[in-house]
Write a protein that binds this ligand. Structure first.
Ligand code: C2E
Ligand code: CA
Ligand code: CA
Length: 869
């Protein structure tokens, strides 16, 4: 092509043509040397300067197209410092849009030169060039393989610079060369960039890439690995000679296979000397006869170490007693440590079979809700949570485990799995249960204690109140427990209580509660009752269950119980009231004779009486203490003469509220509350003082005093009595001591001692209320008594034949035994006559006088009762 330029220029004037040739050949040399020398951008400016000076342009520029070929970008420019063009290059010049400059685009696109003065150009181009002061424009396209990739611009500040055809051809030729050189440089740069990119890519991970030909010779090395020889030593060498043995061996073995096949091959390779693990990938490239293999060596040492570390970590987890489990949100197990096998009592080989099964299948049915709810809640939480449940073991036992859970959240913040730690807490759990047991249950019988009972009562009452039902509560007391305990010891007593508690429990309905109240007292709580009839059946079952004989300490015994039941809401409004009502009823049952069941409704009418009783008791106490008792006297009359031989001192109590109260009520009461001593003391002091007065006034009648059982039992009774009398200058012979027949006969031997003591001390003894105590004749004979006081009831039966025959027999017997006879309860003259006929010695009764105050008694004593005879 250069030849054709040379020849075509021969038409010009010789000198001119030679000059032009000369200039351009020099320029060509310079450009060639500049472009081959270096790739830096400065060389382009140098090249443009050469071009500018050769073509005598004011400015030259190199435009290269962008990727899409829509824009031409100014890559380099040279400006003649002496030209009139503006020194700076305005922005529109830096990037030209081919769409805006249609003439330029179209001309270059077909590979033509655009050579125009300013005025010949379209408006768009004119306006662009005018900004800088360009008057003349020459653009030569740069083509490679027929493709436009840019252009060279030659600009002049005046349109006087006209180039002839030769010069244009020379410029075109030069530009063509530049285009070739630039195209090559561009390709090289691209290749270089690609290599850099590849290096950057593989080098960053310490991976190595090289290419093997079919003979196993290394043809390209793109990046290296510090543990392997450098690229220079590898290139064009057979790999067996340069690569470590282990790697080369594997590569050689696999090479034919990879070359023959279409697909890649991958394997692991450990280089022990270099302490490196490699993942090797062989990838076939190229076509049929020119096939080669690209080898990628990836250093996976760190990964392998990581994996090994993880494995060790997992093995460490396997050493823990706690099992680590991974659970999916639906409860399916995905991972377990070996402790899980121990918790579940599995053979080690069965451990893997657990995976894929749901945790819920081994949770105790009663705990299942708890566990599922916890997992559901946990899936929404970032906090750890904890639950205790019973885990089914392979041996069908349940153990108590504690599961602590945390949630694993995926990158999208959704819960993907749960990790849990499971440990066996059976021992701790049972201990805690034990403590609860100790706090709420009785140690001996294992029944609920008062504390737990209290809770149960309140719950039962709340429920009954809602459902309009009733609650029964019974106090159960074992009869004679104290005697058993005293006789056989506490161990036997305990055995009895345990046995009994089991029986009672069995006799109660399932929903009932039997609690130990303490000692030998139990409480049965029967919730959800319909009526008292239902309760009566249960109560009877209780009573019968206790009644069955049991062996205690080798002895057969038949325990009995006393039960008192009260019902909510019939008898009480609260738990406390219910307990108190039942307790009260139970005491009543006890007193009604043991082995009985009582209901509060049965004793409620007695309750008022009882209350009254309590009130009287307390008033009696203060009456006794404050000397509120009086003594009345009733004369004992000689049946023949009508003389008063004695007066009986009878206690009288005038209560402010209730009026005169019978000694038959207050004497036993005083005995029961332990006030009988004080009462007797008062009666004695009053009556002895009165007797002293009567003696002073010349009266000689004896005083008859009543002595109760408990007085007689006092060891000091006789001596105290003698002392008291002495205090009033009285002698035992001034007093007749009345002792009722029943007292004299019970504990006969002992009473005989007491009676003898009294007799020996000089007292006259009278057997009071004779006829009510069934004393035998021989007993009467042995007694040191001198007097029999026949009970009031005999005098009152004298209107019958039978009554009269009995009285007759008594009179004959008394005479036979040489005992003085006092007939009490004489209320009529008729009776007096009858008794006189029997030869009775003495009489006492309303017919002669009621018990009267001392003044009246004194009057009777002085006057005598002859008038009544
Ligand atoms: P008692 O020793 O048998 O006393 C006689 C009771 O018969 C007296 O009852 C008297 O009022 C009553 N009585 C007397 N004549 C008649 C009569 O013609 N017809 C009827 N129906 N009853 C008559 P009282 O005073 O109520 O005494 C009852 C019991 O109280 C006494 O029975 C006695 O056992 C006891 N008692 C009275 N005072 C004392 C006392 O100071 N000490 C002791 N330990 N007991 C006393
Ligand atoms: Ca009496
Ligand atoms: Ca009597």
């Amino acid at each position: 092509m250069s030849d054709s330029i040379v020849f075509s220029g021969l038409a010009m004037s010789e000198q001119q043509a030679l000059g032009t040739y000369h200039t351009y050949f020099n320029a060509f040399d310079s450009v060639v040397s500049i472009l081959s020398a270096a790739h830096d951008p400065d060389c382009l400016v140098d090249m443009l300067q050469v071009l500018g000076q050769a073509s005598r342009s004011s400015m030259t520029g190199l435009y290269l197209n962008d990727e899409q070929g829509k824009l031409a970008k100014l890559v380099a420019a040279w400006r003649d410092p002496d030209c009139r063009l503006l020194e700076y290059t305005p922005t529109p010049f830096l990037s030209l849009d081919y769409d805006q400059y249609a003439l330029l685009a179209d001309t270059l696109a077909v590979g033509m030169v655009l050579n125009k003065s300013l005025l010949e150009l379209p408006l768009a181009e004119q306006m662009l060039l005018a900004q800088v002061g360009i008057r003349q424009l020459l653009c030569i396209p740069l083509l490679q393989g027929g493709e436009l990739f840019g252009f060279l611009a030659f600009l002049n500040d005046s349109d006087s610079r006209q180039r002839d055809t030769i010069e244009l051809r020379l410029l075109a030729m030069l530009s063509n060369h530049i285009a070739q050189a630039l195209g090559k440089a561009k390709l090289e740069a691209e290749s270089l960039a690609n290599q850099h990119r590849l290096r950057a890519l593989v080098g960053a991970t310490q991976d190595m890439v090289f290419e093997l030909d079919a003979h196993g010779v290394i043809r390209h090395v793109w990046s290296g690995h510090p543990a392997l020889p450098a690229a220079e030593t590898l290139l064009d060498r057979p790999m067996a000679a340069v690569l470590p043995y282990e790697l080369a061996h594997e590569l050689i073995r696999s090479l034919p296979q990879v070359l023959a096949g279409q697909s890649s091959k991958q394997f692991n390779c450990v280089l022990p000397q270099q302490n490196v693990c490699l993942l090797v990938r062989m990838q076939p490239v190229g076509v049929e006869h020119q096939r080669s293999v690209v080898v990628l060596l990836q250093d996976v040492s760190a990964l392998m170490h990581d994996a090994a570390r993880k494995k060790t970590l997992l093995e460490t987890l396997n050493l823990l007693d706690e099992a680590i489990v991974d659970v999916l949100p639906n409860g399916v197990l995905t991972e377990v440590t070996s402790a899980w096998g121990q918790l579940r009592a599995l053979e080690p080989r069965d451990l893997s079979a657990e995976l894929g099964r749901t945790l819920y299948s081994w949770v105790h049915p009663e705990d299942l809700n708890l566990v599922t709810q916890l997992i559901e809640r946990q899936l929404l939480s970032r906090e750890a949570s904890c639950v205790r449940f019973r885990l089914l073991r392979a041996d069908h036992d349940f153990i108590w485990v504690e599961l602590r859970l945390i949630t694993h959240f995926g990158p999208d913040e959704r819960a993907t799995a749960l990790r849990g730690v499971v440990r066996d807490v059976t021992v701790a759990h049972l201990n805690e249960q034990n403590i609860t047991q100790m706090a709420l249950y009785d140690g001996l019988t294992r029944l609920p204690n008062r504390l737990l009972l209290d809770t149960e009562i309140h719950r039962a009452i709340d429920e009954a109140a809602r459902a309009h039902r009733k609650v029964g509560l019974g106090f159960v007391d074992l009869d004679h427990f104290k005697q058993i305990n005293d006789a056989f010891g506490h161990k036997t007593g305990d055995d009895l209580l345990v046995l009994l508690s089991q029986r009672l429990r069995d006799a109660l309905p399932d929903n009932a509660v039997l609690a130990r109240w303490g000692g030998d007292e139990f409480v049965a709580l029967i919730p959800d009752l319909a009526d008292q009839r239902e309760l009566a059946q249960i109560a009877e079952q209780l009573r019968l269950s206790a009644r069955q004989s049991m062996m205690i300490n080798g002895m057969e015994t038949q325990p009995t119980i006393s039960v008192g039941f009260a019902i909510y809401p019939d008898n009480a409004e609260s738990g406390e009231e219910l307990l108190s009502a039942a307790d009260h009823t139970m005491y009543h049952a006890k007193h009604a004779g043991r082995n009985s069941v009582c209901f509060y409704s049965d004793i409620v009418h007695l309750k008022a009486l009882g209350r009254e009783h309590v009130a009287i008791q307390s008033r009696l106490s203060s009456a006794i203490r404050h000397g509120g008792l009086q003594v009345f006297y009733q004369p004992i009359v000689n049946a023949r003469s009508g003389d008063i031989i004695a007066v009986e001192a009878l206690a009288r109590w005038m209560d402010d509220k209730s009026g005169w109260i019978s000694p038959e009520l207050f004497i036993p009461m005083a005995e029961k509350v332990g006030l009988i001593q004080e009462l007797s003391e008062q009666i004695m002091l009053q009556s002895f003082a009165k007797l002293r007065e009567w003696r002073e006034s010349g009266l000689s009648q004896k005083l008859m005093i009543n002595v109760s059982r408990s007085q007689l039992y006092l060891p000091t009774f006789v001596t105290t009595l003698v002392e008291r009398l002495a205090n009033f200058k009285l002698r035992p012979s001034d007093v007749i001591v009345e002792i009722t027949e029943s007292v004299a006969l019970t504990d006969y031997a002992r009473q005989m001692r007491h009676l003898r003591q009294l007799s020996d001390a000089g007292f006259v003894l009278a057997i009071d209320d004779f006829g009510t105590g069934y004393s035998s004749l021989s007993q009467l004979h042995d007694m040191p008594a001198q007097m029999l006081k026949v009970d009031v009831s005999f005098a009152q039966r004298l209107h019958t034949d039978e009554g009269r025959r009995v009285m007759q027999a008594i009179a004959q017997m008394a005479q036979g035994l040489q005992l003085d006879l006092v007939i009490e309860g004489v209320e009529s003259l008729e009776t007096v006559r009858f008794l006189q006929g029997l030869g009775v010695n003495f009489m006492q009764g309303f017919y002669f006088s009621q018990p009267v105050p001392p003044g009246v008694a004194e009057l009777w004593m002085r006057l005598g009762l002859q008038a009544k005879m």
